[in-house]
Ligand binder design. Sequence first.
Ligand code: SF4
Length: 273
Amino acid sequence: MANPSLSEQPPLVLNGGNSLHPQKRIFIGLLVATCLLLGFILAILWYVPYVGFTNIHPKLPLILGIIFGSLIVLVLAGVFLLTLTIILGRDLFISRKLRGIIVKIVFPLLIGVGRLFGVNKERVQQSFIEINNQLVLAQHIKAKPDKILLLMPHCLQFHDCPVRITGNVENCKRCGKCHIKGLVEISDKYRVGLAVATGGTIARRIIVERRPRVIVAVACERDLVSGLQDSYPLPVFGILNHRPNGPCFDTQVDLDRVEQAVQAFLAEAPSQS
Ligand code: SF4
């Protein structure tokens, strides 16, 4: 089966590399908007009760001003570090923690701010996946083949395929009617793990059983985002599936991107045998 969008993807830099790809710009733009909103709210919170605070203690407005000001500086420093990590593609000293803050706190906040500015949820999700990938790559993780897991959605399998691959992907007959064939070939070539999950619960069970060091996951925006959040702090590199036949039906994946991701995380080159 032809791999549809390979020519559109930049080689090996995995979706835009360190440049400010449009998806990343959305995320950073929303982040800056959130900062400004937060700064405005904090300033109001400080200023409105200003007179009342003076009545309690004349120095109270100054103390609260310092606290709120420090909060704003902290948020700005976080945004600055995040932007720098994305642009440089390097593991700045707190980028691992930064990913945690983004996954747990910033992303849900940005969905709300995005709605406020008319940016649809799917675009914010795509942007979040991109930023997450950049931070995962910035960690320069290197793992043994058996510690890399390719986690795939069941909708990649051809709808009329009689073979059951959820328990064991090796059951695939490699007929080429769907991209499972190509994924099995990548798994065999690099000796990395490959699993197909029918849902979040099964995916979690596979992760617990296989204990990977890093996951390359393929899914739609919604499933990838929830997977990234559920699996944190485990690093997950997310690749969006293609849905030429509509959602959840005979979906496809850019096999080159999967292979590039495997190469990026692999500690050793595959043997030629
Ligand atoms: S490539 Fe494998 S999974 Fe896909 S239709 Fe053929 S046998 Fe089924």
